[in-house]
Design a protein around this ligand. Structure first.
Ligand code: URA
Length: 236
């Protein structure tokens, strides 16, 4: 049993707040009877309708996509560019959990489970994200230390992170740097490098929490297992 407004928002009818308004304005019936009391408890056995249309709970779906370059991390794009949702074949209303830039590749999760998405996107959540960045020039140990300790971006210090040189290619004068961060600010990795004057040539997200890209090629995706979903729910 759960509260009617929560049920409506989980079914994708509207946000929790808007669902409350729908209930108060008499637009919602439960088993044929108008219900105006917020907090009325319903279960999946009850017949809930909004404006006369039956509302059913979406079956929850969870996908792990290997995002290619040149794809937008949103549901729709006003310029009609390809989105991560276009790459996953489902009729459910899924959306990405967080974002990768248009030119960033790698792991991204998609779901229609608002609760999990909110949990993982919450500013207090500490989900680790691992990247490999190709940057121009030699990435020094001092700079690795500085970025790992945190720098001021838009007036706010970044949380402790890991920046570690994996390889330096003398011929092309490029460094390959492993980066692990636990925040999800927009363009964070690129902005951190650029804070010290480095230009990021390529960026790939190799891990999201305990999940990686094994078995997938760019553009491919797989469903998460129940065990993986449970593990994501238990992340702090
Ligand atoms: N940080 C960035 O700068 N870009 C991404 O796509 C992800 C993290």
């Amino acid at each position: 049993m759960e509260r009617l407004q929560k049920f409506l928002s989980e079914c994708g009818v509207a946000s929790r707040r808007r669902s409350e308004e729908l209930i108060l304005s008499g637009k919602v019936t439960v088993n044929g009877v108008v219900v105006k009391t917020l907090g009325t408890k319903v279960s999946d056995n009850d017949l809930v309708s909004v404006n006369g249309k039956v509302v059913k709970r979406d079956i929850k779906e969870y996908y792990l996509l290997y995002k290619p370059r040149g794809v937008i991390s949103s549901v729709k794009d006003e310029k009609n560019r390809k989105t991560v949702v276009d790459l996953v074949h489902t009729s459910s209303r899924i959306y990405p959990i967080g974002r990768l830039d248009y030119d960033t590749t790698g792991i991204i999760l998609l779901t229609n489970d608002g609760e999990l998405s909110n949990l993982l996107m919450h500013p207090k959540s500490n989900v680790s994200k691992e990247y490999i960045a190709k940057v121009k020039g030699f990435f020094s140990k001092d700079d690795a230390l500085l970025l790992s300790k945190g720098v001021l971006l838009n007036g706010k210090k970044t949380k402790p992170a890991l920046f570690k040189l994996k390889k330096y290619d003398k011929k092309s004068d490029t460094s390959y740097v492993k980066v692990v961060i636990s925040e999800g600010r927009n363009h964070q990795v690129k902005d951190m490098f650029s804070f010290l004057g480095y230009n990021v040539l390529k960026l790939k997200r190799e891990k999201y929490a305990f999940l990686d890209l094994s078995g997938l090629k760019s553009g491919e995706y797989r469903k998460l297992s129940l065990k993986e979903v449970r593990q994501l729910y238990s992340l702090k």
